[in-house]
Write a protein that binds this ligand. Structure first.
Ligand SMILES: [Zn+2]
Length: 452
């Protein structure tokens, strides 16, 4: 079978698998009973059964099944590569969608549905690539395909649990997971492919704003927790965390081939904010998030009745800190932002993750570069810091290089990709699925050559 027929087969199988994974609607709303990833785990088990991999399922809580498919390296102590995929998706607001978010429809060469980019696309392409590799015999390196539950709620019932409980996952040499590989065209026409090498640390925090209850009909002099919470929100949004230019941001910006004045401004801690308003929204939001911690109020709960002055309001704040910043300093940074309101606010820091980062001069990095060049001739990798969290951090914490990478077509530029992540009308084009499947089929050969 020729290379393009092989790619056609990969593409066809991937589309079908992706549609099935989307239709299973393994929606993780953060509660322990949600997700029900056992359904997607069953689909993947059926796909891989009998192909020569060792298949194990793990279920830390009812229904929260993760699948681990592994094949040993051809020689003992040979390099082992992990394909890290998640099978859960975030909830949708159906009224914002033009198509059924769980229909998995194929329309004009695009597969629609929740998870089409985050990240069932790669979950599907990795599985199909693995099966094709196995059909040709033993893959050139050790391979572990991990399809985890619970990525969207922090991985406690998925990747985090597996890394803690499975010695196999602590003896690996490289990990590829989600986000990255959306082609960027530089002004000179070069194709750059961002690879996620670093991510910010999740420090979700609950703020409890206290006041005193009273009658809503006599507000004069009242201590209204809701009124204070509104001020708290304003102060968080107005706070200006220190701007820092990390080497990964520097390398990314330098590789974009932007006009020199713009490059200089984006790399100057005192200059970034000046150019943000002139940038396209996607790059502006990215530049902002990549150069500082962010404090974003996202949820408010408070009050009991229209005629009762509330004595308690809870605010959830999505806090992300840069790699190198200390989670232990988050409460003090919040208190400083709150100023004289701080004594009325209880700070409950529910996540304390530092950011994480992998070096780029590794066998896996070079193997990704070779694989990408084989499929997109002339392309170059670009290190990238992502503001959101992924399961890669559990491996980076062990010192295992972990990168976020797929391979997407020009139809899926970075800005669109980011907008669809947890957004409306999520969809992926078939050419992107084909390229990613080819990438994951080619990578083990290059990895074995470079890491062996
Ligand atoms: Zn994801």
């Amino acid at each position: 079978m020729g290379a393009s027929q092989e790619a056609d087969r990969l593409e066809g199988e991937t589309v079908e698998l992706l549609q099935t994974l989307i239709r299973n609607a393994c929606v993780n709303d953060g509660s322990e009973g949600s997700g029900e990833e056992h359904r997607n785990a069953a689909v993947l088990t059926a796909l891989l059964e009998g192909s020569g991999v060792d298949l194990e399922r793990y279920e830390p809580a009812p229904g929260r099944v993760s699948l681990v498919a592994s094949v040993d390296p051809p020689r003992p102590d040979g390099p082992v590569l992990v394909y890290l995929a998640h099978t859960d998706v975030v909830p949708v607001s159906p009224e914002g969608w033009r198509r059924d978010p769980f229909g998995g429809e194929l329309v004009d060469g695009e597969v629609w549905g929740r998870g089409a980019v985050d990240m069932l696309n790669l979950t599907a392409t990795m599985a199909v690539a693995l099966r094709h590799l196995l059909a040709r015999g033993r893959p050139p390196c050790g391979l572990v395909y991990v399809a985890v539950a619970d990525e969207e709620a922090g991985g406690h019932l998925g990747a985090k649990w597996l890394v803690e409980h499975l010695p196999l996952l602590r003896r690996v040499h490289g990990v590829v997971s989600e986000f990255g590989g959306m082609p960027l065209r530089t002004p000179s026409g070069a194709t750059k492919l961002p690879v996620v090498v670093a991510e910010k640390g999740v420090n979700w925090t609950r703020l409890v704003v206290h006041g005193r209850p009273g009658h809503g009909s006599q507000p004069f002099g009242a201590d209204n927790a809701l009124a204070k919470a509104a001020l708290v929100v304003q102060r968080l949004l107005a706070s200006e965390p220190e701007v820092r230019v990390l080497p990964v941001w520097e390398a990314y910006v330098a590789g974009l081939g932007l006009p020199p004045e713009l490059t200089e401004a984006l790399l100057d801690p005192a200059g970034v904010d000046r150019v943000l308003p002139e940038l396209p929204q996607a790059l502006a939001a990215q530049a902002h998030a990549a150069t500082r911690a962010t404090f974003t109020p996202t949820v408010a709960h408070g009050g009991t009745k229209t005629n009762v002055i509330p004595d308690r309001v809870e605010l959830e704040v999505d806090i992300r800190i840069l790699p190198g910043e200390d989670p232990a300093e988050v409460p003090a940074r919040l208190a400083a932002a709150l100023g004289d309101l701080a004594p009325s606010v209880e700070i409950d820091q529910r996540h304390r993750d530092p950011g994480s980062e992998s070096p780029t001069d590794t066998p896996l990095w070079h193997a990704l570069a070779r694989s990408a060049q084989q499929i997109v001739p002339g392309s170059e990798l670009l290190p990238f810091l992502v503001a959101g969290g992924t399961d890669s951090r559990f491996f980076r914490a062990l010192g295992v290089p972990a990168y976020g990478f797929g391979l997407f077509s020009e139809r899926l530029p970075l800005g669109d990709f980011q907008a669809m992540f947890h957004g409306n009308d999520e969809r992926v084009d078939v050419e992107s699925l084909r390229r990613s499947a080819e990438l994951f089929a080619a990578l083990p050969g290059h990895f074995a050559d470079l890491a062996g």
